[in-house]
Write a protein that binds this ligand. Structure first.
Ligand code: THU
Length: 161
């Protein structure tokens, strides 16, 4: 039997289609690309999340001379949110990026490790995290839940006997 696993997302030509609060969250993600520490890849990533309380937390990628030690913007943000606002779930998370000195027009999708980390945060708070993905300008993608980016994910079921 062949089955399908559908994936839906919104695609807009630019951020003018977004609500005021989503546009300002994306703007914040674009701004915090400036706080990336990315001397090895020169690929600057910024993330900004609006929590249920309305608080906003941010993250940027933090690299290391020992490359695998570096951390993506999304996971820096999750640590920040968990520590600074415990118990306050993430409602919407915007991600942007630019290669040093260049612009970016194509939305950035989170890496596999970050997809797993976002999924855990959704499960932990029993709440979907809405994603807004865009470069510094141009197309914007919106996804209702990070979980749809990681079909058939490992959720830890069976870990605890
Ligand atoms: N990076 C992120 O911060 N988020 C992603 O979703 C993809 C990749 C960072 C990791 C590394 O510092 C640089 O971008 C190049 O891979």
């Amino acid at each position: 039997m062949i089955k399908q696993h559908p994936f839906q997302y919104e695609e807009w030509p630019d951020d003018s289609a977004l609500s005021e609060s989503d546009r300002s969250l994306l703007q914040e993600a674009r701004q915090v690309t400036e706080l990336a520490y990315a001397p090895y890849s020169n690929f600057w990533v910024g993330a900004a999340a609006r929590l249920i309380s309305g608080a906003v937390v941010t993250g940027s990628n933090q690299e290391n001379a020992s490359y695998p030690v570096g951390t993506c913007a999304e996971r820096v943000l999750l640590g920040h949110a968990a520590l600074r606002y415990p118990g306050d779930a993430i409602e919407t998370l915007a991600i942007s990026y630019h290669p040093k000195g260049k612009s970016s027009h194509v939305p950035l999708y989170p890496c596999g490790m970050c997809r797993q980390a976002l999924l855990e945060y959704e499960l932990r708070f029993q709440r979907p995290i809405r994603l807004i993905l865009s470069g510094m300008e141009g197309a914007v993608h919106c996804i209702e839940s990070a979980n749809s980016l990681l079909p058939f994910a490992f959720t830890g079921q069976g870990l605890r006997s």
